[in-house]
Design a protein around this ligand. Structure first.
Ligand SMILES: *Cc1c(COP(=O)(O)O)cnc(C)c1O
Length: 327
């Protein structure tokens, strides 16, 4: 067990692009969302909400006793740096939560710019849901100055569920030590210390850790985390080219605007008068799984997940089947 955990350190540093503190737990990603709220917020937090997962972060923070101020944008959009600056000035918060890649809408927040704004304030910390961004697109924890970033096993890492992985800045740990009542199971201080000495915090789900170790080997074999980011970008661009051509002719268009699209999931509006569910069912009959829209977007949009171990040629094949279905 110790050697398995010790072997996680270098690959996790690359995954999160950090030399700071790492945490690894056998729980759903939402467990580490709770860790972020309980250990990273002193009193009041500004939550950027543009979809279901941004909202979940806000709700979890509220459930942990934080005062939550929401900065909401329409579905498919992202909070932009100027709005954020004003909102922080107005609300006197000590932390900001953001969902980097909003899986519900396919929108990618401008995280580097958001971090610049947050870090221009004194003692405001940035807590990041990177569940569908980490391993699929650059998340430069140290370079951008992110205080806490977390992900789960079952999204861009393409593993069975049951693992949460995270990175925490030194100042996040310093703050956490001063927060009373931050709980026991999701205490970032305990987790970071345990990780450093290659110990689990509690009885770990060992089998999932073996899967993670194997996946890290496969990431190296592909050419490292950078190659994985590149492949995700290629898959995104494949869908973008299709929407600009044949897909567009069939009535598909992007929900998020150009420059704000995540490389891990494409959320496409379907043509008027068509229910997106029909496409999902027809694709399923042909052996392909795509997602319906999320929440209020259930009928108007479809979501094509192209993260993890998927390839450009698989995306191309999927799009040609979708063409058949939509023609
Ligand atoms: C899936 C997802 C989560 C929740 O992950 P769990 O492992 O189910 O807790 C959180 N945030 C985003 C962006 C997600 O896509």
């Amino acid at each position: 067990m110790e050697s398995l955990l010790a072997g996680m350190s270098d690959p996790m540093k690359k995954l999160f692009q950090t030399e700071a503190n790492l945490v690894l737990g056998t729980c759903a990603a939402t467990g580490f969302m709770e860790m972020a709220a309980r250990c990273g917020v002193k009193e009041r937090v500004l939550s950027l909400v543009g979809g279901a997962f941004g909202e979940r972060f806000a709700a979890v923070a509220a459930a942990c006793g934080c005062e939550v101020v929401r900065l909401s944008v329409p579905l498919g959009e992202t909070a932009e740096p100027d709005m954020l600056r004003e909102a922080i000035e107005r609300s006197d918060v000590d932390a900001v939560t953001v969902c980097h890649s909003e899986t519900a809408t396919g929108a990618l927040a401008p995280l580097k710019e958001i971090a610049e704004v947050v870090n221009s304030f004194d003692d405001v910390q940035l807590l990041v849901d990177g569940v569908t961004s980490v391993a699929g697109t650059p998340v430069m924890t140290d370079e951008w100055g992110l205080d806490f970033v977390f992900t789960g096993a079952q999204k861009a890492l393409a593993l069975p569920p049951g693992l949460a992985l995270g990175a925490a800045s030194d100042r996040m740990l310093e703050r956490a030590r001063t927060i009373p009542g931050r709980g026991g199971y999701f205490d970032v201080v305990v987790h970071a210390k345990a990780f450093k000495s290659a110990q689990p915090t509690n009885t770990p789900g060992i089998s999932t850790l073996f899967a993670l170790a194997r996946q890290f080997e496969r990431i190296e074999a592909e050419g490292g985390i950078e190659a994985r980011w590149d492949r995700h970008l290629d898959m995104q661009e494949t869908v973008e080219r299709w929407v600009a051509g044949r897909g567009g002719e069939l009535g598909f268009s992007y929900l998020p605007r150009e420059g704000r699209r995540t490389p891990t999931v494409s959320c496409l509006k379907v043509r008027e008068g068509v229910n997106g569910r029909t496409y999902v069912l027809e694709m399923k009959k042909r052996g392909w799984i795509i997602g319906t829209g999320y929440g209020d977007l259930k009928e108007e949009t479809i979501r094509i997940g192209h993260m993890g171990d998927h390839s450009v040629s698989e995306v191309e094949e999927l799009l040609s089947v979708l063409e058949e279905v939509a023609s």
